[in-house]
Design a protein around this ligand. Structure first.
Ligand SMILES: Cc1cc2nc3c(=O)[nH]c(=O)nc-3n(C[C@H](O)[C@H](O)[C@H](O)COP(=O)(O)OP(=O)(O)OC[C@H]3O[C@@H](n4cnc5c(N)ncnc54)[C@H](O)[C@@H]3O)c2cc1C
Ligand code: SF4
Length: 319
């Protein structure tokens, strides 16, 4: 594939290009998609030289601002993030391999495309504009158990799950100005648009990820079940932010990866966490109620049990 490679140095320059060409940050996902002919383009906009988008800034009680071009490896090494948001460090360490973390950026991680093998393969499925989802009636072991239809992907980003549990916001900039949306509103379900995973329109760029100041006294963790012990995408993952008092969970949030087309959080689950006694019977009753509304596919019912067991493990470890 022949394409021109444009390297603007300011965001204004990107807008002047007036182009909906794909943005290239670390390229670890984009290049694969282009090589596999999933993205066909005659132009790529390298955003790596855009000034000011590779910084992490501590804004005191206004939280922490993370530039989308911050590399995943630099997020892990950053002292502010280590001190104020260990959940993000723990999650980032779970992503891929050191080489990919050195290249891949935070913005690219949350905007990466799904890993469904039909989508990545030579199948003209619904997400590519076709009219068939090959996972239905096909190999759907790794697909979603909730929120699917007409496409049944799971969102592949680990960071997105932690950012959801942390109540982060995403700043989006376009020629027409800026808007900031909660992570929950950034990602969309296939029923809203089965061809994309988030609200970004052509010409819009993620320019900041904003972490609110974290309340004191919460324990956090990220647990990721993967099939291989080396690098791999999550089969199911859970990010937890919990406040405990003796043998009671006073308050908390659970966000899930690997279960839905976007990082998943349910108000009902978090309400049930409030006041939950951490004795075995109460925790068992709580975990067995999780994903009672799931609609697993033929080969992935195991994800319901897996999600429940991961939550049990988290509560046992943190409480
Ligand atoms: C072998 C392998 C294993 C992996 N394992 C994991 C894993 O375990 N967990 C996990 O979470 N991820 C995993 N990944 C995904 C990896 O983390 C992403 O490829 C990487 O984070 C993407 O970052 P990038 O900067 O290279 O993005 P790019 O490839 O440059 O871009 C990815 C997408 O994001 C868009 N984009 C990038 N920046 C912006 C922006 N600022 N605004 C708007 N759009 C933007 C691009 O246009 C493109 O569509 C894996 C990838 C590979 C290849
Ligand atoms: S799950 Fe989505 S991406 Fe995968 S084959 Fe079905 S429509 Fe395509």
């Amino acid at each position: 594939m022949q394409f021109s490679y444009i390297q603007p140095t300011s965001i204004e320059e990107v807008f002047k290009l007036g182009s909906a060409a794909p943005l290239y940050a670390g390229g670890t996902d984009l290049i694969g998609l282009m090589k596999d002919d999933i993205i066909k383009t005659d132009k790529v906009i390298n955003i790596k030289k855009l000034k000011g988008l590779d910084k992490i800034e501590d804004k005191g009680n206004k939280g922490i601002e993370i530039g989308p071009l911050v590399k995943i490896a630099d997020l892990i090494e950053n002292e502010t993030i280590q001190e104020k948001c260990p959940l993000l460090v723990q999650t980032a360490k779970e992503i891929a391999s050191p080489q990919l973390r050195n290249m891949g950026t935070v913005g690219g991680n949350i905007c990466q495309r799904p890993r469904c093998w039909y989508y990545r393969g030579d199948f003209d499925c619904i997400r590519k504009g076709g009219d068939t989802c090959y996972a239905v009636g096909g190999e759907n072991k790794y697909h979603c158990i909730i929120g699917g239809g007409p496409c049944f992907i799971v969102h592949p980003s680990d960071l997105a799950v932690a950012l959801l549990a942390l109540d982060a916001k995403i700043e989006i900039t376009s020629e027409n100005g800026q808007k900031t949306v909660p992570v929950n509103d950034f990602f969309i379900l296939p029923e809203d648009d089965e061809t994309k995973e988030n609200i970004l329109e052509p010409g819009e760029i993620v320019t900041k990820i904003i972490l609110p100041e974290q309340a004191k006294g919460f324990k956090t963790t990220y647990i990721k079940f993967k099939e291989r012990s080396s690098w791999d995408f999550a089969v199911v993952s859970v990010a937890a932010v919990l406040k405990t008092d003796g043998n009671m969970i006073k308050n908390g949030k659970l966000a899930f990866g690997g279960v839905a087309p976007h990082p998943w959080m349910e108000a009902e689950i978090n309400q049930k966490l409030t006041g939950l006694n951490t004795d075995e019977a109460s925790v068992d009753a709580f975990t067995s109620s999780l994903f009672h509304n799931a609609e697993p596919m033929e080969k992935n019912e195991y994800k319901v049990i897996l999600a429940r067991n991961l939550v049990k493990r988290i509560i046992d470890n943190l409480a």
